[in-house]
Design a protein around this ligand. Structure first.
Ligand code: LMR
Length: 392
């Protein structure tokens, strides 16, 4: 079977972690994969999550199958998080991570849409792979301008205007991965208006809710699309905001025109989930439901989320200040305006390779730095190395 097969390429993000693990150098730093680290460089289990797990340990009575869609209480908790309240023209299923949600959405787009999805240039490296594997045609719309290090607004809106009815557009709800460049509330209104007028649907990747400004403020895009009556899927991930990475906890929500259509959507969400993974892994979803239904645990979780967000903001400023102090040939103020875990640093492939081979600092080939992996302990070393790379 494998005789004439060449090895698959290393994954652009998780493959980097594999290479990092094998690197014998002391002091190596992984700023590739989007994982939050605390001041000490650890990725601890959130206290709210540990407390919920203690409760679950006692309360759990069975390991029997989950319903195909997951527990209804989980679907309600997800809707309250993404919309602020329940939405009667939507259907939510519990999926294995945000990736599972994207795959189910892609399968449904292949069955019920024009089979073409538009992604931003650049986008998360795995988007293209997931959509292509589900049989969709993937096209790109312009998004980021490397010169201004900001949104290429004219090209972006110009391209959205030309997308045909029935196609789907992948939008990052907040904390655009990898650029960190988000669109404003007014721009979201414009996007939603174009979608409603031209008849394309949206697939909203909501992997970083709470890492931009807050759980509430980060809903701005979803709210605009909802108000404009756009058909959409929302792929949620709780890897980052609950720190549940390895529990693979996500959700897919379909927003339809009417409650009856949402019921139809639910039947297809379930039918598709059943043939891919049958029913979801329980643990992460039970943790989230437990936290969301308990006022004290919700408060604790919110404070932990605030703490993660403000630590990342602090690291952004320290990185920009550190590079500026070292006289790098660029204005670094853009770094503090970017949202979420990542900074699109502007480093080119050679500079990225230099950091890996000479300094044992791993960042994604696109020049994306995981700012959430910077700590007071590694900041000076990273600033020295990045400044040296930038001056090359
Ligand atoms: C990332 O972009 O680093 C994360 O979303 C993790 C992943 O699965 O790629």
């Amino acid at each position: 079977m494998w005789k004439n097969v060449t090895p698959a390429p290393e994954d652009a993000i998780l493959g980097l972690t594999e290479a990092f693990k094998k690197d014998p150098r002391a002091g190596k730093i992984n700023l590739g994969v989007g994982i939050y680290k605390d001041e000490a460089g650890n990725t601890p289990v959130l206290k709210s999550v540990k407390e919920a797990e203690k409760l679950l340990m006692v309360a759990e009575k069975t390991k029997s199958y989950m319903p195909i869609a997951g527990e209804a209480s989980y679907g309600d908790a997800v809707q309250k998080m993404i919309f602020g309240s329940l939405c009667d023209r939507s259907a939510t299923i519990h999926t294995p991570g945000g990736t599972g949600a994207l795959r189910v959405a892609a399968e449904l787009l292949r069955q019920f849409s024009s089979k073409t999805i538009w992604v931003s240039n650049p986008t998360w490296a795995n988007h293209n792979n997931i959509f292509a594997a589900a049989g969709l045609t993937v096209k790109e719309y312009p998004y980021y301008n490397p010169k201004t290090k900001d949104l290429d607004a004219d090209s972006f809106f110009g391209a959205l205007e030309k997308i045909p009815a029935g196609d789907c557009v992948l939008l990052h709800a907040c904390c655009h991965n990898p650029s960190g460049v988000d669109i404003s509330a007014a721009q979201w209104k414009k996007v939603a208006g174009i979608a409603a007028k031209n008849g394309w649907s949206a697939l909203v990747d909501f992997a970083y809710q709470g890492f931009g400004d807050s759980i509430e403020a980060d809903r701005v895009g979803v709210e605009a699309l909802l108000a404009a009556g756009v058909d959409m899927f929302i792929a949620s991930s709780f890897s980052k905001n609950f720190g549940l990475y390895r529990e693979r906890t996500g959700a897919l929500t379909s927003v339809a025109a009417t409650p009856a259509m949402a019921e139809t959507a639910m039947s297809h969400l379930m039918a598709t989930a059943r043939v891919i993974y049958s029913n979801p892994p329980a643990h992460g979803g039970l943790i989230i439901t437990t936290i969301m239904q308990d006022a004290a645990l919700s408060k604790l979780w919110n404070s932990e989320l605030d703490e993660m967000r403000s630590r990342i903001a602090g690291m952004r400023s320290a990185l920009a200040d550190g590079l500026t102090a070292r006289g790098v040939p660029m204005d670094c103020s853009f770094m503090t305006k970017q949202k979420g875990m990542f900074s699109f640093s502007g480093l080119n492939k050679d500079q990225v390779n230099f950091l890996r081979s000479e300094k044992a600092i791993y960042i994604v080939g696109s020049g994306r730095i995981n700012v959430a992996g910077l700590t007071p302990g590694n900041m000076n070393f990273v600033c020295d190395a990045v400044a040296e790379a930038m001056k090359k």
